[in-house]
Design a protein around this ligand. Structure first.
Ligand code: PEP
Length: 248
């Protein structure tokens, strides 16, 4: 059985005071069978780490640099995240791929490094509107998966979380239909089966992300291959995120 995961990606939102206030509200939510994860900006992590200790809330980072330490100005290492009790790290979010120009190979290095440090990567995949219109969704996702997971053994692969995030659905208010999202999640599980066999593929959690809100989460969660959501905008409001979590 795969445990559902409701993950909030705050992106570059919420300074320290706002972060503290949101986490205080989320701490009041009654835990259920799903894991609740927040991924605040780096500067909020120390305070968030203290606040979520011993609660049902897991902590993750939005990014990391795949080296131990050294001359990488402005970057944060996996060991630094571990010290703050982060359990997860988002790797290859489309905003990092497209705005910061991160390649599949660089994302692969992050996945390898995160796993080596005991962090669980949430590997983001997804196609642009243009790629979708050209019928290239599966080709794009296959390439992203194959490169990111290259040479990663199944004992590690089974712990990874994959997020399917169609880029045209992120922050647009236009989510994929649950049926379309399931079709791609099913394709992803098929690719994982091809790479690792069925036993491992069945253990890997697949999230849908892209304009998830309280009004549509149940449709996604009803799908066989969708194990949770990666949620941007709707994770910034306590009441909405709480409602999403409670509907799982
Ligand atoms: C995201 O940031 O990964 C995301 C899916 O954003 P939103 O929920 O705002 O579309």
């Amino acid at each position: 059985m795969r445990q559902p995961l409701i993950a909030g990606n705050w992106k570059m939102n919420l300074g320290l005071k706002e972060a503290v206030s949101l986490i205080s509200e989320l701490k009041k939510v009654k835990p259920n069978k799903a894991e609740m994860l927040i991924c605040p900006p780096f500067v909020d992590l120390p305070a968030a780490s203290e606040m979520v200790q011993g609660t049902h809330i897991q902590l993750g980072a939005q990014n990391m640099y795949p080296e131990e330490k050294g001359a990488f100005t402005g970057e944060i290492s996996p060991a630094m995240l571990k010290e703050l009790h982060c359990r997860y790290v988002i790797c290859g979010h489309s905003e990092r791929r497209h705005i910061m120009g991160e390649s599949d190979e660089f994302i692969h290095r992050k996945v390898v490094s995160a796993l080596a440090h005991g962090l669980t990567p949430i590997l983001c995949t997804g196609e642009t509107a243009e790629q979708r219109n050209e019928g290239r969704t599966e080709e794009i996702i296959r390439e992203e998966l194959e490169t990111a997971l290259f040479n990663i053994p199944s004992e590690q692969a089974e712990t990874i979380v994959i997020a399917y995030e169609p880029i045209w659905a992120i922050g647009t208010g236009v989510a994929a239909t649950a049926v379309d999202a399931q079709a791609v999640a099913h394709f992803i599980r098929g690719e994982l089966t091809r790479l690792y066999g069925e036993t491992t593929a069945e253990k890997i959690r697949i999230l849908y992300g892209g304009s998830v809100k309280a009004a549509n989460i149940e449709d996604f969660m009803a799908q066989k291959d969708i194990d949770g959501g990666l949620i941007g905008g709707a994770s910034l409001k306590a009441a909405e995120f709480k409602e999403i979590y409670e509907k799982v």
